[in-house]
Design a binder for this molecule. Sequence first.
Ligand code: AMP
Ligand code: ZN
Length: 465
Amino acid sequence: MLRLYDSRTRRVEEIVPARRGELRMYVCGPTVYRYAHVGNFRSYLFADLIRRAAERHRLRVTACQNITDVGHLEDDTDIDPHGEDKILAQARTEGVDAFELARRYEDAFWCDTQALNIRPPEHSPRASESIDLMIDLIGRLIESGHAYVAPDGSVFFDSRSFPSYGAISGNRLDDLRPGHRHEDSIDEKKRFHADWALWKAAGTKRQMTWESPWAVGYPGWHIECSAMSLHFLGTPIDVHTGGIDLRFPHHEDERAQSETAVGREVVRHWVHGEHLLFEGRKMAKSAGNVVLLSDLASRGLDPLALRLALMEHRYRQQMNLTWNDLHAADKTVRRWRARVADWAESPSRPMSSDHVQRIHEAVDDDLDTPTALRVLRELEKEPAVPAGAKFETFVYLDGILGLDLASDIGQPREAPALPEDAVGLIEERAAARSRRDWPASDRLRDELAAMGVKVIDTPEGQRWS
Ligand code: AMP
Ligand code: ZN
């Protein structure tokens, strides 16, 4: 059985789906105002590993991963998200229409996740196309007394109406202090400083606004995930994932909204991945160390080198990634593919059940991928396991690891490079032949042969192998 660390219970829990044979999972999706970076992909990768581990247990996985294309404001780190919508701000900077910008980065996101072998979710609703769901949910929260309408038509969640607020992150309402960093008119409309906006009146804002029963406006970021998760997955939801920064306030607010709407605990297990640092620092535009998947490609690295490098650490430990790690992972992935292609030429043998079992156990144990990879390396070197068994075992385990390890089978092997000294000799020989100096030509051919380079003469000139 798969076990995962649950942020709310603070324990590693057995994941027993509520519905027989099916695991329902909600993955907080990207805000599509820029290219996702390698840190973001760390969060989507561990959700993909949960899927693969569950499927290994013959569970059908139904995942919903939203696309946030409206409502995520620039400063969402505190309980009071303020600032401009991230999409609108970036659209202004790039001088393009906000929706055009969002679609562009959404497309790029799907391309990147595909390159990383992260399987697509069964549902991927866009926030901008789910406004009706949100309006409906907000209406229910107002009706049940958990939300209230401010004079300008903004709607706020009444945080004090949800006594277990803070259960995931430990941030209890009593301990939260009003945020003084961005005082603005929103604060005056709230009854309590920890209340948050479900709907924001547009005021003079024109772009990305919708009609609603309260005011023309736009949704808050947190209500998006409640509305989409409840609609596409229903209740309960077995597993809800996201990066650690989403634990508070995003997931606390989502939990409050969803539970007060349906009257019971909606998410059975909250699972959070720790952050990725790059070359020892938090990835930030201002620090100039934001690394994209395209940066790997421009250094000639396979995108799946990132997948391997990330799996060398457990998802819930903070991790520092370096270019050296990525180069090393790239070499390993290529070596494994070449080995698998070699082993494919030997007769098939039954898998090494000992290695398979140890890797299954490691993955089931809260996605202990470092141990799984250690066992795989052991298997690679194990002289007692025949090549045909290594082949079967690697190919089977690749179903969990997702590294395309069988992709070199049947491919022409890479031509070996010409030794450096041979280049000069071949040129010298061409010159000798053009002046019809046959003794020199023969001598140079022998010298090249001694280096392992065979030359033959064709009407088009020399060819070497
Ligand atoms: P965003 O597009 O900013 O909403 O973030 C998408 C996902 O990436 C969320 O689950 C975040 O928690 C996660 N995330 C953001 N930065 C990092 C990072 N440096 N390492 C790991 N996950 C991250
Ligand atoms: Zn979310």
